[in-house]
Ligand binder design. Structure first.
Ligand code: ADP
Length: 203
């Protein structure tokens, strides 16, 4: 970003001066200057010149991913009951084309997460996978890594990386018979984050 570097070094600086330093005409410089001003990277003060507004493009990206909420990017979760057999869970993975299933109790509250490898691990053993319920192989509450609707896309991505998991259930707290439980209202997966990355790249 040559223009930004010049402004940083020589602020306040007029557009004529920037153009002269770049050896181009003012007209050629104008579109770039207006983009940088609109993006909040430069600030234009009449009769004074351009200032660096303190936001580099990297800062803008980090601001953007922190301002996007989980509620805006979440995907539809695939949920099974804890009594579901390992066999049926594997069939569900194929039918729904997902890698992670969220496991709920009778009242719909989240109790576990079961991943591809959890299912593979039991399937390559000698167990009768039509008889074994997923509750035997799933990772359970309170060891689940979750996000809430008002957390940011950045928070979700950070949890996926830090905890080395593929998917996070998006949860909403609810009280059942005086107990704190969680309803599954969505999911954020590596795919969700990759899609967001592509969307942001388009801009
Ligand atoms: P895979 O096992 O298919 O590579 P993951 O990397 O997501 O998929 O799962 C690794 C382990 O972490 C599994 O045992 C799984 O049960 C567990 N796991 C997956 N998602 C979560 C989560 N959100 N919170 C806690 N544990 C999880």
């Amino acid at each position: 970003m040559l223009i930004v570097d010049i402004v940083k070094k020589h602020e306040p600086i007029t557009s004529e001066e920037i153009a002269a330093k770049l050896n181009i005409t003012r007209a050629a410089l104008r579109p770039d200057l207006s983009i940088l001003t609109m993006a909040g990277i430069l600030e234009a003060r009449p009769r004074v010149g351009y200032f660096y507004a303190g936001k580099n493009p990297k800062g803008l990206i980090s601001e953007k991913i922190r301002s996007i909420k989980v509620s805006e990017i979440k995907a539809v979760p695939v949920v099974i009951r804890e009594e579901t057999s390992v066999y049926d869970a594997i069939v569900t993975l194929f039918l729904e084309d997902v890698g992670t299933l969220f496991v709920v109790q009778e009242d719909g509250s989240l109790c576990g997460v079961v991943s591809r490898k959890d299912l593979l691990k039991i399937a390559i053993g000698n167990a009768d996978i039509k008889q074994v319920p997923v509750s035997v192989v799933m990772t359970r509450m309170p060891n689940l890594v979750t996000v809430t609707l008002d957390e940011s896309a950045y928070d979700a991505a950070r949890k996926i990386v830090e905890h080395q998991v593929d998917a996070l259930p998006v949860i909403r707290p609810k009280e059942v018979d005086g107990k704190q439980k969680y309803e599954v209202v969505g999911k954020v997966t590596k795919t969700t984050i990759t899609k967001l990355f592509v969307e942001l790249g388009k801009d």
